[in-house]
Design a protein around this ligand. Structure first.
Ligand code: NAD
Length: 318
């Protein structure tokens, strides 16, 4: 299918659906955007064209005109799936919304069509629970925002997902320049969102406890671990932090001392009300009157530079 008929249906055309659509279009796939109203589709087509423009102007893809002509849209799920070889769902993060859509897509699409979900944290087995025909073709393909500029896609198969579905989805993700990782078993939030959730809880708590301001927390991450994380994950980072003793030294000595810090770290699982206003006020203080569009444009400029520096055919530190 990769170099064959190449038609992809993007079900749900919000922030994430638009990013997927741009990526598939610049990589030569015909893309149909689907959503619940014509207004949403108009906006989605415009935003997708903008992302295509960004990728082409950045030198990360070729041919704006050509890619834009590969886009079409419809409010009909049936029409969107007609002739589609691969489907990526990106509707609201709710099982009440996703489950019936997967059950319906299972009835409409031929058995060999992979049905992938962009869900941020649900398990595929839960999303696919009402699929009666071919649950083996359902898989989570979790991207990161902005989808067209962050390479990672986490693939999380459900209990019934076939190896063929995993392999095909992996190849398609590579074909559109993504960096797929595959989970060995299902877990809520996958790899990177689970790690983010723990860091985010502590970031909120440090501000809530009056240890540091929002601006200082953001700066500490950006200038410290963040600059390393762009090139190495936590394991390699600590291996190099252990000097000649490597990871084992870190684990047996410094790692033990770190355990003490965890005794005073946040452990809540329900977000306390007190963190909300402090986060909102802190971000207001930090960004001032700078418009969201301006912040996004700056973010994208750096992400483009990092994509070229770190991911354009490079294999990384290890
Ligand atoms: N925003 C992120 O950072 C991010 C990152 C990775 C994954 N995700 C996941 O991607 C999915 C979409 O997130 P988003 O940020 O694009 O949300 P969004 O609100 O921007 O877009 C969701 C779209 O789905 C449409 N929709 C709702 N019900 C529908 C239906 N029955 N049929 C067709 N379209 C329908 C909505 O009209 C809307 O346009 C969610 O599961 C989310 O968790 C989000």
């Amino acid at each position: 299918m990769i170099k064959g008929s190449k038609r992809v249906a993007c079900i749900g055309s919000g922030l994430v659906g638009q990013g997927w659509a741009a990526l598939f279009a610049v990589n030569g796939y015909n893309v149909v955007l689907q959503d619940i109203t014509e207004e949403k589709l108009e906006e989605a087509t415009e935003r997708t064209a903008h992302h295509i423009n960004t990728l082409v102007n950045a030198g990360l893809a070729k041919g704006i005109e050509e890619a834009v002509t590969r886009l079409s849209s419809t409010t009909s799920l049936e029409e969107a799936l007609n002739g589609a070889d691969f489907v990526i769902e990106s509707v609201f993060e709710s099982l009440e919304v996703k489950c019936p859509i997967f059950a319906e897509m299972d009835r409409i699409a031929p058995a060999n069509v992979v049905l992938a979900s962009s869900t941020s944290g649900f398990m595929m087995s839960d999303i696919a629970k009402d699929m009666e025909l071919h649950p083996e073709r359902a898989i989570v393909a979790h991207p990161w925002n902005p989808v067209h500029l962050v390479p990672l896609v986490e693939l999380s198969p459900g209990e019934k997902t076939s190896q063929g579905t995993v392999d095909l989805t992996y190849r398609i993700m590579e074909d559109i320049g993504r960096v797929p990782v595959v989970l060995k078993k299902e877990v809520l939030g996958f790899i990177a969102n689970r790690l983010s959730a723990v860091l985010w809880r502590e970031a909120l708590d440090l501000v809530d406890q009056g240890v540091a301001s929002v601006e200082e927390v953001d700066k500490a991450i950006r200038a410290g671990p963040g600059i390393r994380w762009a090139i190495m994950g936590p394991y390699l980072t600590y291996h190099l932090g252990g000097g000649k003793g490597g990871i084992e030294y870190i684990m047996r000595h410094i790692g033990v001392k770190k355990a003490k810090w965890l005794e005073t770290a946040a452990t809540w699982t329900t977000q306390p009300e007190s963190v909300v206003q402090k986060a909102v006020d802190g971000v207001d203080d930090m960004v001032g009157a700078t418009a969201l569009e301006e912040l996004e444009a700056k973010r994208d400029e750096y992400l483009i530079a990092l994509n070229k520096l770190l991911w354009d055919g490079k294999s990384g530190v290890y």
